[in-house]
Design a protein around this ligand. Structure first.
Ligand code: 5AD
Ligand code: SF4
Length: 525
């Protein structure tokens, strides 16, 4: 794709799907008695395509189109006047940020945020599919919303996010929760205004989930949560296909935003006074691989570090694509912080091989060595899965020893959860849930111990804290994060919220630090 083509705007061409008008009660009764195929044929026009995990696996050579011409349809602009919306977000930062975009779209349609489901006219559940318990929570919540819909038939209930990209989920909602008004996928967020319009004027469920990779839609409105820290998408999708992971299917192929679009967004955020940005992507180290010019995350960060914004983070990294150029740029410091979240998943080369992570234990340790050589004060955190199918005791012990060897200061730890449609979900597994739980407990004990040790080093030190607001536990206490992402609680005037201040650490806990505000700034640790 050349520069001209890249900048070209093209018409977004959705799979159009309208619904016949059906009495909701009759609809509900009929839906309950139907099989899903029959259901789809009967209640949705033939253009309706259920999400398809096999199709979602295809990676086409076709270029991704970038659209710069987004606008809310004229007829939808005032439709939310006097009405309220509520979005429940589950899962990762990508979903948090998608919620900000949906809030932006709804606000531009005239809607106001609601405090609670009971005073909302539109309720959206932005869902996560990464593990089974995430999905169960959402189904529980859908069930809780049913009485609200019975009380107020004009209420619009929508399900979006990663779960709606799964065929089994869509079928389950169609069959068991027919009071849901809209289901839309991760590639269809920009279509929210039109889908809402359809749902308002049609009595049957509006379903729009594209299995194709999805384009890049620039210039979508956003209502950001707070004015101190901001998320910035740098890429979408994932092509890694780790054998346990549903994300490449639900989020589509890797596609990078153009550097100039990202830089412009970061400049705007800096001008608006934001103190911290986090660059987001499922695998940020693959940034730029889809360009026809040489440009990667290191190059992007090299430009962003020159922008006057105090703190820049990025997540999530994949060790395989973490290159020397990136390390060289990170080593220059400045607004690029000394904290890297580097998911390892397992300490066993054999488990990593069956996970299709494409690196060995030794490769990971070598990468850590290089990072530490360039950034001696770096804090490393990680993600780990225990109980992957047939993981032996010895392989689990290798994970424990790697955690110690690297000295992770925090880790998100999970028991493996089979995800329908992924290769690992089809494998036999001879490890009992009891053993998996035991392993998780042992791992967590080790991680907690290391977290505590890392915190103790801060006692007596002065750190820079970006003050985010009142502490959740005590409104008289302020809280914020250090450059290395440690939570700090301290007493100081509320006028400091949104500022970076110095705090002397007086007490270390496992997951937070207590400190005293330093009014006379000095050199910090
Ligand atoms: N089961 C358990 N954990 C998973 N993750 C991804 N897929 C699964 C799964 N099927 C974890 C990985 C990833 C994090 C976001 O979630 O550790 O890094
Ligand atoms: Fe999932 Fe692996 Fe992609 Fe991360 S890199 S989103 S774990 S497939």
């Amino acid at each position: 794709m050349n520069e001209q083509q890249r900048k070209e705007t093209s018409q977004i061409n959705p799979v159009k799907q309208t619904n016949e008008q059906i009495d909701p009660e009759t609809n509900l009764q009929r839906l309950k008695n139907m099989e899903s195929d029959e259901l789809i044929g009967k209640y949705f026009q033939t253009t309706y395509q259920p999400p398809n995990l096999k199709k979602a696996k295809k990676r086409l050579k076709k270029d991704v189109d970038i659209h710069y011409d987004f606008s809310i349809p004229e007829e939808m602009k005032g439709i939310g006047k006097g009405k309220k919306f509520l979005i429940r977000t589950y899962g990762c930062q990508m979903n948090e940020h998608d919620t900000e975009i949906m809030a932006g779209l709804l606000t531009d349609m005239g809607y106001q945020p609601a405090d609670d489901t009971s005073d909302a006219d539109v309720i959206l559940l932005n869902t996560c599919a990464i593990r089974e318990n995430a999905e169960n929570k959402v189904f529980g919540e859908i069930g809780h919303l049913k009485p609200l819909k019975t009380e107020n038939p004009d209420l619009i209930i929508g399900v979006c996010g990663c779960m709606s990209q799964e065929e089994s989920v869509v079928n389950r909602i169609l069959q068991k929760h027919p009071f849901v008004d809209i289901i839309f996928g991760t590639h269809n967020i920009h279509r929210l205004p039109s889908l809402l319009q359809e749902a308002m004027f049609s009595k049957a469920m509006v379903v729009e989930v594209w299995s194709k990779e999805g384009d890049i839609i620039e210039n979508l409105p956003k209502v950001r949560k707070g004015n101190i820290k901001a998320w910035v998408n740098i890429m979408y999708g994932c092509d890694k296909f780790c054998t346990y992971c549903i994300v490449p299917y639900t989020r589509g192929k890797e596609r990078s935003r153009l550097p100039e679009d990202i830089i412009q967004e970061v400049r705007q955020l800096a001008a608006q006074g934001y103190q911290e940005i986090t660059l987001l992507g499922q695998n940020v180290n693959a940034y730029g691989k889809d360009f026809d010019f040489e440009y990667g995350l290191g190059d992007l960060l090299d430009e962003i570090r020159k922008i006057d914004i105090p703190r820049v983070r990025f997540t999530t990294s994949h060790p395989r694509d973490f290159d020397d150029r990136l390390i060289e740029v990170l080593a220059q410091g400045g607004n690029l912080l000394d904290h890297i979240h580097l998911p390892v998943q397992s300490g066993s080369s054999e488990v990593l091989r069956v996970m299709a992570r494409r690196y060995t234990r030794e490769d990971y340790l070598e990468l850590v060595r290089k990072i530490r050589a360039a950034m001696p004060n770096v804090t490393l955190t990680t993600d780990i899965i225990v109980g992957f199918p047939n993981e032996t005791d010895e392989q689990f012990e290798e994970t424990l020893s790697l955690v110690e060897e690297v000295g992770f200061e925090a880790a998100y730890t999970f028991i493996y959860s089979p995800r329908e449609g992924t290769p690992a979900a089809r494998w036999e597994d001879n490890i009992s849930m009891e053993v998996k739980k035991e392993r998780l407990q042992r791992l967590n004990q080790l991680v907690n111990e290391q977290a505590k040790q890392a915190m103790l080093k801060y006692e007596g030190q002065v750190v820079n804290v970006l003050v985010e607001g009142e502490s959740k536990k005590d409104p008289d206490v302020l809280s914020g994060y250090t450059e290395r992402n440690k939570l700090v609680n301290f007493k100081a005037p509320k006028s400091l919220i949104g500022k970076i201040v110095q705090v002397k650490i007086t007490k270390a806990k496992t997951w937070s630090l207590d400190g005293e505000y330093v009014e006379q700034p000095s050199e910090v640790y």
